[in-house]
Design a protein around this ligand. Structure first.
Ligand code: UFG
Length: 341
C-alpha cells in the first residue's frame, strides 16, 4: 500500500483506456456511454462538424480534427485501444462530393494511424460498412463475398480496411473492422438517439412524415423483393455498440485482425418498417412511391454468424418493434426538447 496522501498509482493500470473518435455522433456516443458503464476510461475526440457536444460528458471531450496529427498524438499516450467512428456517412453526399469523402474518411484515418504509430497504440476497432459489398450476389452476405462498392463512401471504407491489413503486417497493428448494416433505434432511457442533419435514414424520416403530414418518398416499389421495396438488415444501435465492446475484448485478449459483419441477420422491407412505425405510433404514415434512389441495392442482409461465433455477440434489442419503439420515444423527447424555450 502506498503511504497515505501519496498520489494515486498510475502504473499497473487495470482499467483499459480507450480513445473514441467520433464519440459525439450517433453510434459513437452510445458506445462511449456503454464503455463508461463498464468502467473503461474513455477519451473522446470529435471535431463536432457533425456530432453533438451534448452527447459527451464535457470533461472527456477533446475537440480536435482527425487530420491534426500533431494534436492527436499526445492524446494517444497511454491508450490501450482506439475505437474509430469519425467519418462522413451519407452515401448520396459521397456521390456528389467524392473528394470530401476520401479526404475526410481516408485522409483522417491515415492521420489517426500515424498518430497511433507515434504513440505506440496497437489496437483499433474500425467502423466499416455493408456498402463495401455494393450489390451483393448472395443473401445473406458472408464476409468473404466480393467487395465491390458502388459509392465513394463505400470505397473510402474499403480503402481503410485494406490499409489496416498492411498495417497489421508492417506495424503489428491488430484491428477489427465491423461492417455495419442499418444502424437504427435509440436508448431513450439514457438520452441517446439518431439526430442527423440533414436526415436521410428511413425510420426518423417516417416519424417526420407523421409529424409534419408531408409524405415520405418511398424509393422504388419494383425491386425483386416480397413487396417490391428494398430489404435491409436493421440492427439496434445498442446491439451495435455491444459489438464494439466485444471486439475490444477480443483484441485485448490477443485476438488477430479480422473483419465482421454487424447486422441482426434478418431482412425487412421498407413497407414492413412502415407498418411497424404505424403500429408503434398508432398513426398512419403519409407516403408516395418515388423512383428508385441511385445506388440502392435491392437487398442487404448480413450473415452475422461470424460475429456471434468468434466474438460471442448476440442481438438483444434488434427486434423491429423494439427498434421503432425506442426510436419513437427518442424522437418525441428530442422534439419536446427542441420546442422548449
Ligand atoms: N428509404 C426510402 N425513403 C427515404 C429514405 C430511405 O424509401 O426517404 C429507403 C431506402 O431506399 C432504403 C431503406 O429505406 O431501401 C433504408 O434507407 P436508409 O437511407 O435508412 O439506409 P441505407 O440502407 O441506404 O444506408 C445504410 C447506412 C449507410 C450504409 C448503407 C450500407 O445508413 O451508411 O446502409 O449499404 F452505407
Amino acid at each position: 500500500m502506498p503511504p497515505a496522501g501519496s498520489p494515486p498509482r498510475r502504473y499497473n493500470r487495470i482499467v483499459p483506456k480507450i480513445l473514441v473518435t467520433g464519440g459525439a455522433g450517433y453510434i459513437g456516443s452510445l458506445t462511449t456511454y456503454q464503455l463508461l458503464q463498464r468502467g473503461f476510461e474513455v477519451v473522446v475526440v470529435d471535431d463536432l462538424s457533425r456530432g453533438h457536444r451534448h452527447n459527451v460528458p464535457p470533461d472527456l471531450l477533446r475537440v480536435v480534427h482527425l487530420q491534426e496529427t500533431a494534436a492527436l498524438a499526445p492524446l494517444l499516450i497511454g491508450v490501450d485501444a482506439v475505437v474509430h467512428f469519425a467519418a462522413f456517412i451519407a452515401v448520396g453526399e459521397s456521390a456528389r462530393e467524392p473528394e470530401l469523402y476520401f479526404s475526410n474518411n481516408v485522409g483522417g484515418t491515415i492521420s489517426l494511424l500515424a498518430a497511433m504509430a507515434r504513440a505506440g497504440v496497437k489496437r483499433l476497432v474500425f467502423s466499416s460498412t455493408a456498402a463495401v459489398y455494393g450489390n451483393p450476389e448472395t443473401i445473406p452476405i458472408p464476409e468473404d463475398a466480393p467487395l465491390a462498392p458502388v459509392s465513394p463512401y463505400g470505397e473510402s471504407k474499403l480503402i481503410v480496411e485494406r490499409m489496416l491489413k498492411q498495417l497489421d503486417e508492417f506495424r503489428g497493428l491488430r484491428s477489427v473492422a465491423l461492417r455495419y448494416f442499418n444502424a437504427c433505434g435509440a436508448m431513450p432511457e439514457a438520452g441517446f438517439g439518431e439526430q442527423h442533419d440533414p436526415e436521410t435514414h428511413l425510420i426518423p424520416l417516417l416519424f417526420r412524415a407523421i409529424d409534419t403530414g408531408e409524405p415520405i418518398k418511398i424509393f422504388g416499389n419494383d425491386y425483386p423483393t416480397p413487396d417490391g421495396t428494398c430489404v435491409r438488415d436493421y440492427i439496434h444501435v445498442s446491439d451495435l455498440a455491444e459489438a464494439h465492446l466485444a471486439a475490444l475484448d477480443y483484441l485485448m485478449n490477443g485476438g488477430k485482425s479480422d473483419v465482421f459483419n454487424a447486422g441482426a441477420g434478418r431482412g425487412q422491407t421498407v413497407m414492413e418498417v412502415m407498418r411497424a412505425v404505424e403500429e408503434v405510433t398508432g398513426r398512419k404514415v403519409p407516403y408516395v412511391i418515388a423512383p428508385r434512389r441511385e445506388g440502392d441495392a435491392a437487398e442487404l442482409v448480413a450473415d452475422s454468424g461470424k460475429l456471434r461465433r468468434v466474438l460471442g455477440w448476440k442481438p438483444v434489442r434488434s427486434e423491429l418493434g423494439r427498434i421503432v419503439k425506442d426510436a419513437w420515444e427518442f424522437f418525441q423527447s428530442a422534439r419536446a426538447g427542441a420546442s422548449r424555450p
